[in-house]
Design a protein around this ligand. Structure first.
Ligand code: NDP
Length: 636
């Protein structure tokens, strides 16, 4: 390995050109013509993959036909936060509809062994100060997260206003009554004045469309519907029924990384089929220090969340309150904490992000662009070097923890850290030291076929009793398909038609043609690493608007055509510069499986989440509901 002098004059123990070439080769061998079409939809013969293993079987109830002020679709954190913020605003006539048998959304479904949140609990779990709940450890597990969802449900009295085990089938706008008609699979017909769509960006499991997937005669399931009846055990592991079972797991993303150690500990034999290795950094989970938590002053959670998201957005902060793998990775990219971070580097990062809307940043950008010294600094190169350095450490970790050299080599990720979801785990890599665990490195090609008896790769048939799909969730498919219900707005316009050539919203929340609706999603909105933070901001915003409309006697609200097109322009202007990075990445759901058909309007608000939330707060502060068209009439 050569030692190369990089622009900032630091000597590194790697060869950047060789790494660039390796990254390119690893990406190229994974690009496939079928992109997103390589996956099969979980419908028809595959629909059992989305059956609810946790709900009470045989549940029935009377269909509900009634008027309601707000229907919230989704009982995950987004839906719960929406309900909480509505209640706080004095809007109590809402109904929450959730297809699962309980609250929690992604956490209701993803209870696989080892399921845990990668973002620290003090940031991730919303409303901790309001509920007084103290997470037992820094990174909460599935069990505690679900327990907390129940705490929220009780605190905000959600159960009495929820239709659980109920799937929305269609929502359609009725101009005559200025209401949404919501129909469900239980025959409910609700006439809702407002509707909040909080159906989760990663809610629909996907399966690899591989030859023979319907031929396998053994047991199969997707990680998001873990079959404990088959494996035994709980989300803490102890999968005792697997003692005499040979198990294959397909996929090595963030989910597999968390459940593989438990499968490894329990199964007679475990075959891990890897297409692309994840980057696995240190987890270092810790119990919550009671002295630390009791010493926190009022407002601590908001300060901590803001601090975390600011670091994740490259904004200057004086200290890193969270101090974990996420913040370290971002500080590494941006060159340190705010005060020590070179201001020019910061300005350049904002320039890369397109985040130069404020006067301060505009001035900074001009200065940056005219400053010859900075031009020589080559910030993108500096960031690339920091990324190489980080990933070298991640690769070295595989060497340090995995005894078999060739297996360690296979587990090394060769791409930039944020091409895929970074993972943090202290037991995953060591699982491959066990005699009962075999890594099948498919060298980027994936599994070849399934047979009646097992999995085929490179001419070898791996006979197993059970195949577990850790193959992730649909991203980038049609909105209605992912949501699981049709949405018909004014004059029967569907969201599919509306967004067929790209997203068009106002603030990511409103879409013209769909009055009285709020779409909770990250596109054209502020995207946070701790997604609950963005969901809460959306909830606060939606509750404010609904409250304002009621105060003003408006029964219909719709984004104006101008507001929507101006917002799309803003999103495009700020998003422009991420395309090259995405193209350089290994395929995955972050970059449309490598087919970067870059539609800049289909991205998050590029100025960063903190800037977005600031913008929303200012918009509310003006109290004018700018960009929204209101129609007044008597509330009945
Ligand atoms: P991912 O989409 O991240 O991973 C799917 C895996 O399946 C990848 O390793 C993929 O390989 C592999 N795969 C797909 N097709 C094949 C095939 N034909 N043969 C072999 N392998 C295949 O899904 P996950 O469920 O792991 O994670 C989804 C998201 O959920 C994460 O990105 C994260 O946002 C969230 N999550 C969050 C957690 C948290 O802590 N908060 C924990 C777990 C998940 P390839 O990479 O080559 O495409």
């Amino acid at each position: 390995m050569s030692s190369t002098v990089v622009p900032q004059g630091v000597r590194h123990n790697f060869d950047p050109d060789a790494l660039r070439e390796k990254y390119r080769a690893e990406r190229d061998k994974r690009i496939r013509a079928d992109g997103n079409d390589q996956y099969v939809e979980v419908t028809g013969d595959f629909s059992h993959y989305v059956d609810d293993p946790h709900a009470t079987p045989g549940f029935t109830r009377e269909a509900l036909v009634q008027k309601v002020e707000v229907v919230i679709i989704g009982g995950g954190f987004g839906g719960m936060l929406a309900a909480a913020r509505l209640r706080e605003a004095g809007i109590t006539d809402f109904m929450l509809i959730e297809k699962g048998g309980g609250f929690g959304g992604t956490w209701y479904w993803n209870r696989y062994p080892g399921a845990s949140c990668d973002i620290e609990a003090y940031v991730y779990l919303p409303l901790l100060e309001e509920t007084g709940f103290v997470p037992r450890q820094k990174y909460t597990n599935a069990d505690e997260t679900l327990e907390y969802c129940e705490v929220l449900a009780q605190r905000y009295r959600l159960r009495e206003q929820a239709l659980l085990q109920t799937q929305v089938k269609s929502v359609s706008w009725q101009e005559s009554s200025r209401r949404w008609q919501v129909k469900t699979d239980r025959g409910d017909q609700l006439q809702a004045r407002f509707i909040i769509h909080s159906n989760g960006p990663l809610n629909r499991p996907k399966l690899p469309g591989i030859k023979g997937i319907d031929q396998f005669k053994g047991h199969t399931f997707h990680t998001s519907r873990w079959d404990y009846a088959y494996t035994g055990g709980t989300s803490f592991g102890e999968l005792t029924n697997l003692e005499d079972k040979r198990v294959a797991i397909i996929g090595t993303g963030a989910t597999a990384v968390q459940c593989v150690p438990h499968l490894a500990a329990s199964a007679k034999a475990l075959y891990v089929f890897q297409r692309t290795p994840s980057s696995i950094d240190v987890r270092n989970n810790q119990p919550t220090d009671p002295d630390w938590i009791s010493a926190q002053r009022a407002g601590w959670q908001k300060r901590r969340q803001t601090n975390f998201e600011s670091i994740m957005s490259g904004l200057p902060v004086k200290e890193d309150l969270v101090g974990d793998g996420w913040t370290e990775a971002f500080r590494n990219l941006f060159g340190g904490l705010g005060d020590s971070m070179p201001s020019k580097a910061r300005l350049a990062w904002w320039a890369i992000q397109g985040a130069f809307s404020s006067k301060r940043r505009e001035r900074g950008l001009k200065q940056y662009l005219t400053d010859k010294a900075v031009q020589h600094m080559g910030l993108p190169q500096k960031m690339e070097m920091a990324d190489f350095e980080k990933m070298e450490k991640v690769r070295a970790r595989a060497d340090a923890l995995v005894s078999d050299k060739s297996t360690a080599e296979s587990l090394k990720p060769y791409y930039r850290q944020f091409c895929k979801r970074p993972c943090f785990h202290d037991e995953y890599l060591q699982s491959f030291n066990r005699d009962n665990v075999t890594l099948i490195d498919t060298h980027g090609q994936g599994v070849e076929a399934f047979t009646e008896k097992g999995v085929l790769f490179d001419g070898e048939e791996y006979e197993v009793d059970c195949i577990i799909f850790a193959t992730g969730f649909e991203v980038g498919t049609d909105y209605s398909r992912r949501a699981g219900y049709s949405i018909e707005g004014v004059n029967g316009l569907t969201v599919t038609e509306k967004w067929q050539d790209g997203m068009a919203t106002f603030h990511g929340l409103h879409a013209r043609g769909f009055p009285n609706s709020f779409f909770f999603g990250p596109i054209q909105s502020g995207f946070t690493a701790a997604f609950t933070y963005a969901l809460d901001e959306n909830s606060i915003h939606a509750a404010y608007i609904i409250d304002q409309l009621r105060q003003r006697g408006a029964t219909r609200v719709e984004a104006s055509a101008k507001a929507e097109s101006d917002w799309v322009k803003t999103v495009i202007q700020k998003a422009r510069l991420t395309e090259d990075f995405q193209k350089s990445c290994t395929p995955g759901y972050y970059n449309n499986e490598g087919h970067v058909q870059f539609q800049p309007q289909n991205t998050f608000y590029g100025g960063g989440p903190m800037e977005f939330f600031e913008l929303m707060a200012k918009w509310r502060g003006k109290g004018k509901l700018d960009g929204l068209e209101l129609q007044l009439s008597t509330y009945e």
